[in-house]
Design a protein around this ligand. Structure first.
Ligand code: ADP
Length: 326
């Protein structure tokens, strides 16, 4: 296989607050953003061969995003430019309590303009894992491009990983987002959700019950529920449990979930046997490794720039060996 992981998704500019100018006006910092790209960057930092499929504008921001992929050693041959829409942008606003809100310039944005006939099928045939999220499923033609690409990659033997991201501002309404996120669940093998997303999808306030509902309703092999500082709950149809995270001083959790997911996918690749055949200890070791990657991403500002190397992950794990509670 030419690639370890290929992902399709949104690639956009995140304008994050960066203080005030001498004139007293808020400043924004230009960052590459998009959950699927963060996951690829995490894997590439761990030495895996990755490629991205998506669309940006034929504008300076689009060119910057291509350079950002290359800088992270993510294959950019599946990135397409369009003149018909501007590169998608998200502005992060902080209120007086430090709470973040997102304002999207995406009516339309280039990322949604990706059509299936523009997707390079070679990439879909040549990967061990195929990863996607739900942000590329909010509108057409990107919705069909995502679903068809996942189906084709699956038919070619790729294992499908999925992170349904729930950003209410990007959907028509809750019914639309739930229905679409569920469509993704139907196609996936391994799924990562936050507790909030689990409750949104299942209506269940109880962790084991909600996860069992997901495993049974959709034919999933593994569900991972990230619980912030408390670590991660995992469940297959056979095994389940919670693995604590590592104590760190968190300053910015942006990218923690993506760093976690990338690190878990690294373990899927290293193990090289179906997750349904893993022993409990193997599952818990892989989750602990991913927890360490998530915890480290929370100790630094930014998404891609905060992602951990193998060396930092192993160091954090060996420093707190005795702190695991299974
Ligand atoms: P998301 O909600 O984006 O999926 P989380 O914030 O739950 O992501 O973080 C993903 C993982 O990163 C968690 O499951 C945990 O292992 C780790 N993590 C996140 N925040 C912290 C923290 N403050 N301390 C320790 N680990 C953390």
């Amino acid at each position: 296989m030419k690639y370890d992981v290929v992902a399709l998704g949104e690639l956009l500019i995140d304008f994050t607050p960066a203080g005030v100018s001498p004139a007293g006006n808020p400043l924004f910092e230009r960052n590459a953003g998009g959950a699927t790209v963060n996951v690829l960057a995490a894997l590439s930092r761990l030495g895996k061969k990755t490629a991205f499929i998506g669309k940006v504008g034929e504008d300076p921001f689009g060119h910057y995003l291509r350079a950002a992929l290359i800088a992270e050693r993510i294959d950019d041959s599946g990135l397409i430019h369009t003149k018909a829409a501007h590169t998608t942008m998200a502005f992060v606003h902080l209120d007086e309590h430090g709470e973040r809100s997102f304002h999207f310039c995406r009516q339309p944005g280039a990322d949604i303009a990706l059509a299936y006939d523009e997707v390079d099928q070679e990439l879909l045939c040549n990967t061990r894992l195929f990863h996607f999220g739900s942000i590329s499923m909010t509108s057409e033609p990107a919705y069909s491009a995502t679903v068809q690409a996942v189906r084709f990659a699956k038919s070619q033997g790729a294992l499908i990983t999925y992170d349904p991201n729930w950003r209410p501002a990007l959907w028509k309404d809750d019914a639309h987002s739930r229905k679409t996120m569920e469509e993704g669940l139907r196609l996936a093998d391994v799924v990562k959700v936050s507790q909030e997303e689990l409750f949104f999808l299942t209506g269940s306030q109880l962790l084991p019950e909600g996860v069992t509902q997901l495993l049974q309703s959709f034919s999933l092999n593994l569900v991972l529920v990230t619980l912030g500082a408390e670590g991660t709950y995992y469940s297959t149809l056979r095994l389940s449990g919670q693995v604590n995270s590592y104590p760190v001083s968190a300053i910015d959790t942006t990218g923690a979930g993506d760093g976690f997911m990338g690190a878990f996918m690294y373990q899927l690749l290293e193990m090289d046997k179906p997750v349904t055949e893993w022993e409990q200890a193997e599952l818990e070791n892989a989750v602990a490794f991913a927890n360490a990657a998530g915890a480290l991403a929370a100790t630094r500002k930014g998404a891609i720039s905060s992602l951990a190397t193998l060396e930092r992950i192993e160091k954090l794990q060996s420093m707190s060996e005795d702190k695991h509670i299974h």
